[in-house]
Write a protein that binds this ligand. Structure first.
Ligand code: AMP
Ligand code: ZN
Length: 680
């Protein structure tokens, strides 16, 4: 392809990708499949690789850039980012409305715009004029202290609903100048939050408290690729000139313009003229709150007219023309009836408070996590105590404090953490420096149950229909004694279970069959190795490319993967050194799992493997064999050690063969080596 046709194709691809990203990330209504989208991106990446001089900063391939070198520079805001005055009742809102009307004077009609108050962190995005009259994202600033914010541009760029550029055509349609500032809220959607917390748990970290804190922490992370993984979102709500003046004469026009320019603007907004309708909006928002998929903590009511806004002005800390109606926190008070300990798939023991059921934010809560033994001690919690419980979004409710007042009696029963696993009765251990106790019995039924549930869950092996009800029955009837035995189930066995008809059985078998094609990273994640969450599994799969290479990797080699430190590499080694686990992998392979790596950084089949050659091979000379192994990414070593992956033995093999047998290193022949090289 000539350079000019390549340039045309690149531009066309970018436009198309931007269009589909907008549909997917902003409108939530994709028109093409993920696979079709990937094809477009890959074509663009390939062309850009061929013509690096044609890469522009606003190309969809350029969201994740280099790390910020020295933290985040501090930059002054064009105009201070203020906070909002709060009201928490209809009465207070009525007072506020009255004050507004008094100030603007009698007879002046007021139109309010009601918006959801998104619970995240505010962000100011600066767009500057780029080539062809487009606007290019130049900077993202946090609120900071309101006057001076932190420049977190590298991280903001990774948020897919933030346009890296707005074309001249779109600007025209939106009636926006090529230089402007957008203010809005960065939020972490609940799905992303729940996933991130699962990941943290898999890594043995305490879960993050709530999506807002996690979003705020994420935006200040020095690793843009981590920020990209966390799937933050951005909602725009103000359009300003670069000197901080309002661009449109009505707030409702500003929101429409931002929408037209391709920003995500929260669809739940309404222009309202009467007080009664304001309260109606607030009530509806509060009811709607639980189903949104992101957190809101109230409603923001703004005077729509910019002229009136100017007339109303500001107090020291907040505009007089806007107010936040804050919802009451989703917390409740109830009594702890019991504390029970649950066993997770890694054997981790989590104490859970069994509560007298209480309705919090429209949901009945009867359990709350107590994290670990230390947490109970810090709370000073006894069974029978009254406690304050908080619920945030989809997250497991948490006990936040013991209520100590005259209305609530204190409990009497001190909780003693068990010394033995409540499910299998084997002794439990607490490793030095760790907060958690765990059951280390590999055959613990609770661990098996949790392993099966984890393995089949969405985002792991996606075996729809293999939920708790089925798993419990399978275990009770000893039909499944390991993950691999899932693949031995047949229709007859499933039909013998309760509440399973022919149709369900067939669908489930189809799902199980389907899971055999799951890529390597999912299987790895599914195995439930300590500290290996979804992301680490992905990185390992990319780096090693095959189950064999990974299983053979030394701790040192494992640590080549970014984010894999000694603790994680040790956990992986321990897992694969365990005979039962190695057998499990073999059984999965026998069952037909393919372990194919989805994305391969290196196309080398033997990456991470070390070979020792001994004896005379039938067709290959020593040098040929060595060259072939090395060009496939493997290593050839002169002596056999525990780290040797394979000894390749030919005629008249010598002491190396004995050594291999002594150390239980697999011995293969030339035919098998060629098979490995051809990437079976
Ligand atoms: P507060 O932090 O409670 O004083 O509330 C003010 C903050 O609400 C602002 O700094 C914004 O970050 C946030 N906010 C959330 N949604 C909106 C919205 N639709 N309009 C304006 N501010 C909002
Ligand atoms: Zn146990």
């Amino acid at each position: 392809m000539t350079k000019s046709t390549a340039a045309d194709r690149i531009e066309a691809l970018r436009d198309e990708i931007r269009h589909h990203e907008h549909l997917y990330y902003v409108m939530d209504s994709p028109e093409i499949s993920d696979a079709e989208y990937d094809v477009l991106v890959r074509e663009l990446q390939a062309l850009e690789k061929e013509h690096p001089e044609l890469i522009t900063p606003d190309s969809p391939t350029q969201r994740v850039g280099g790390k910020p070198k020295e933290g985040f520079p501090k930059v002054a805001h064009s105009r201070p980012m203020l906070s909002l005055d709060n009201v928490t009742s209809e009465e207070e809102l009525r007072d506020w409305d009255r004050r507004v009307r008094e100030r603007v004077g009698e007879g002046v009609e007021i139109s309010y715009v009601c918006e959801y108050k998104l619970d995240g962190l505010s962000m100011a995005l600066l767009y500057q004029e780029g080539p062809d009259g487009s606007a290019q994202l130049a900077r993202g600033l946090t609120r900071g202290n309101g006057t001076i914010g932190e420049d977190v541009t590298t991280n903001v760029r990774t948020i897919r609903s933030v346009p890296l550029s707005v074309s001249a055509a779109k600007l025209r349609k939106a009636k926006l100048p090529p230089m402007f500032e957008v203010r809005g809220e960065v939020v972490m959607p609940l799905k992303a939050f729940v996933k991130a917390n699962e990941e943290r748990e898999a890594q043995g970290l305490a879960p993050a408290a709530n999506p807002r804190n996690y979003a705020a922490g994420t935006i200040r992370t020095l690793e843009p690729n981590i920020v990209a993984q966390r799937r933050l979102d951005f909602y725009a709500y103000f359009a300003l000139t670069t000197t901080g003046e309002t661009i449109f004469s009505e707030q409702s026009d500003a929101l429409d313009a931002l929408t037209a320019a391709g920003f995500r603007v929260n669809p739940h907004r309404e222009a309202i003229h009467s007080f009664d309708k304001l309260m109606g909006f607030v009530d509806r928002a509060e009811k709607h709150r639980a189903d949104l998929g992101y957190e809101i903590d109230g409603v923001v009511i703004k005077v729509s007219s910019t002229d009136l806004q100017a007339r109303l002005g500001y107090t020291g800390r907040a505009p007089r023309w806007a107010v936040a109606y804050k919802f009451t926190a989703r917390a409740g008070t109830t009594q702890v009836e019991d504390i029970k300990v649950q066993v997770g798939r890694t054997g981790k023991l989590t104490p859970v408070a069994w509560l007298r059921p209480v309705v919090i934010g429209g949901t009945t809560v009867s359990r709350a996590t107590l994290h670990n033994a230390d947490f109970i001690e810090e709370l000073g919690l006894k069974i029978g105590d009254w406690v304050k419980v908080e619920r945030g979004g989809d997250v497991i409710p948490k006990v936040v404090e013991v209520v100590e007042d005259t209305e609530h009696s204190r409990g009497h029963t001190t909780f003693h953490f068990p010394t033995h696993c409540p499910e299998c009765n084997s002794e439990i251990v607490r490793a030095e420096g760790e907060a958690d106790y765990r059951c280390v019995n590999a055959d613990c039924p609770a661990r098996l149950r949790e392993s099966l549930l984890h393995y089949s869950s969405r985002g792991v092996m996606n075996i729809e229909g293999l939920g708790e009800a089925v798993v419990n029955q399978l275990l009770d009837r000893k039909m499944v004694r390991s993950i691999a035995e899932l693949y031995k189930l047949d229709e007859e066995k499933l039909l013998s279970l309760e509440r399973i008809g022919e149709k369900t059985a067939r669908t489930l078998l189809k799902e199980i069959e389907q899971s055999k094609k799951a890529p390597l990273n999912r299987v790895l994640y599914g195995l439930g190795i300590r500290f290996i969450g979804e992301r680490t599994a992905q990185l390992l799969a990319e780096e090693f490319g095959s189950m064999n290479a990974l299983m053979a990797a030394s701790q040192e080699e494992l640590e080549r993967v970014n984010e894999v430190g000694p603790r994680v590499s040790q956990a992986i080694r321990e897992f694969f050194d365990e005979e039962t686990n190695r057998r499990l992998v073999e059984h999965l392979r026998d069952a037909g799992l393919t372990f194919t790596a989805e994305k391969r950084k290196k196309s080398s089949e033997l990456e991470g493997l070390t070979f020792v050659l001994t004896g005379t091979l039938p067709t290959l000379s020593r040098e040929d064999a060595k060259a072939k192994i090395e060009s496939a990414g493997g290593r050839v070593s002169g002596s056999v050690s525990k780290k040797t992956s394979y000894v390749v033995a030919g005629e008249e093999a010598g002491s190396k063969l004995d050594k291999a047998q002594e150390l239980k290193v697999p011995v293969i022949d030339e035919a098998k080596l060629l098979e490995l090289l051809n990437g079976r």
